[in-house]
Ligand binder design. Structure first.
Ligand SMILES: C[S@@+](CC[C@H](N)C(=O)[O-])C[C@H]1O[C@@H](n2cnc3c(N)ncnc32)[C@H](O)[C@@H]1O
Length: 414
């Protein structure tokens, strides 16, 4: 498995999510781990061994073990001294029983796993139970593969061993992953969370985070959250309690929340007469059927004219009572990459909206206040902080209901 460094770049498999980690992100991940020495280090889903190379830069004497399903991959030179590579499927039901790894207890685990979803299977149940994460077993919708990798890493670590792992947005911010966050906080020590910049990995826009954990330790009372810029430089930490971390653990959200201590605010959904309407039609289906539809791609972004003049032509009957935008409404993007940039006000006309949009309708004073807030740095930060998701980000209805409007005396009455 050792290779010469001049190996020509091979085509990477999208199906196996071969998005490899840049050295500076690898150094950032390993640099967050607090072990002075590590005798044995493991990387599951090692790719070309980028994280092991970072581990070797930090702990020169470490013995390295890598595992990957793809037998065509070659681990880079920097990682290979005394190195053992295994071609194995981490998702296989027999992986936990394999004797090829069982004989070693690892001091450190580094990992950037694939983010697919596998079928829920009994071996995953017992694996999660074994590492104190039984409560994190999903009730529906399959088994996140990154959770399987995380659990195997915990299994392979010695008590007190540490892991640095790159996880998707949902693990850190999603409501569905709350039981996982609670279980991690209760059964292990969560040392830190780093929010990585978008485009941290060549070939994908996935929103990701680095978690550093200690097996079997107790989480500190105040957990530091950071964000990293494109050069992998860290922000100042923001500290959250374990209760806050169970709720979500992204630096951007708490930075917004802590800066929001300015004017008194009231949630959009609290104002009488305000309606939040979500589109129902799929834009592709509508367009295939030759029907006009207002979709997220029609909504202006930063620096563009935000007044929409829609068609006045009658909307075809086939749409029935499908939700539409009309004059006076504000249209927001529900699903999209930079949805905090994409919103508009309908100046005239009417259109059916796609399921990637919301329409907000209500009394003129509330609408004027919402419009000002959307155009302010504060409104922008709120949407950016509350959009969730790995690639295309999603603004939940509940986040829009909670959208904070500064209270202007006399201008807004309930
Ligand atoms: C996101 S890449 C990360 C590679 C490397 N750790 C890095 O950070 O550069 C995920 C790796 O997991 C491997 N992989 C995908 N499915 C796997 C499986 N079931 N078992 C073992 N490895 C797998 C892929 O081949 C790929 O190299």
């Amino acid at each position: 498995m050792l290779n010469p460094s001049n190996t020509p770049t091979r085509t990477r498999s999208r199906a196996l999510e071969q998005y490899f980690t840049r050295p500076e992100i690898g150094d950032l991940l390993v640099g967050q781990m607090t072990l002075a020495e590590a005798g044995h280090v493991v990387e599951l889903g090692a790719g070309e061994g980028s994280l092991l190379a970072a581990a070797r830069r930090r702990w020169q004497a470490a013995r390295l073990t890598s595992v990957d399903i793809d037998h065509t991959l070659r681990v880079a030179d920097q990682a290979i001294g005394g190195h053992k590579h295994l071609v194995m499927n981490v998702l296989s039901p027999t992986f936990a029983r394999s004797r090829r790894l069982d004989l070693i207890e690892f001091d450190a685990a580094v990992c950037n796993p694939p983010y697919q979803v596998a079928e829920l299977a009994d071996p995953y149940r017992s694996l999660l139970k074994k590492v104190g994460l039984h409560a994190a077993l999903p009730r529906e919708g399959g088994m996140p593969v990154d959770l399987v990798f995380l659990a195997h890493n915990l299994r392979l670590l010695r008590h007190g061993g540490q892991m640095g792992i790159i996880v998707p947005d949902g693990t850190v911010t999603g409501e569905r992953s709350r039981p996982l966050r609670e279980a991690l906080l209760a059964s292990h020590a969560l040392h830190s969370v780093i929010e990585l910049p978008s485009r941290a990995f060549p070939g994908t826009d996935a929103k990701t985070f680095i978690l550093t954990l200690e097996k079997g330790g107790s989480s500190p009372d105040r957990i530091p959250l950071y964000s990293a810029d494109q050069y992998a430089s860290l922000s100042e930490p923001l500290y959250v309690s374990a209760d806050e971390a169970a709720c979500r653990m992204d630096h951007r959200f708490y930075a917004w929340q802590r800066s929001a201590g300015g004017p008194a605010v009231r949630a959009l959904g609290e104002f009488a007469g305000v309606e939040i309407i979500r589109g129902r039609w799929n834009a592709t289906e509508a367009r295939h059927a030759g029907l006009p539809i207002l979709h997220s791609t029609d909504i202006p972004g930063a620096g563009q004219n935000r007044d929409l003049l829609l068609s006045r032509a009658g909307i075809r009957r086939i749409y029935g009572d499908a939700p539409r935008a009309r004059a006076g409404d504000i249209v927001l993007t529900r699903v999209g990459r930079h949805l905090e940039e994409r919103f508009a006000r309908v100046g005239a006309g009417e259109s059916v909206i796609s399921d990637c949009l919301y329409v907000v309708r209500g009394p003129a004073a509330a609408m004027a206040q919402l419009w000002r807030s959307l155009n302010s740095a504060h409104g922008h930060a709120y949407l950016a902080a509350n959009a969730r998701g790995v690639c295309a980000r999603v603004l939940n209805r509940s986040s829009l209901i909670e959208f904070p409007l500064p209270i202007c005396t006399g201008s807004l009455r309930r």
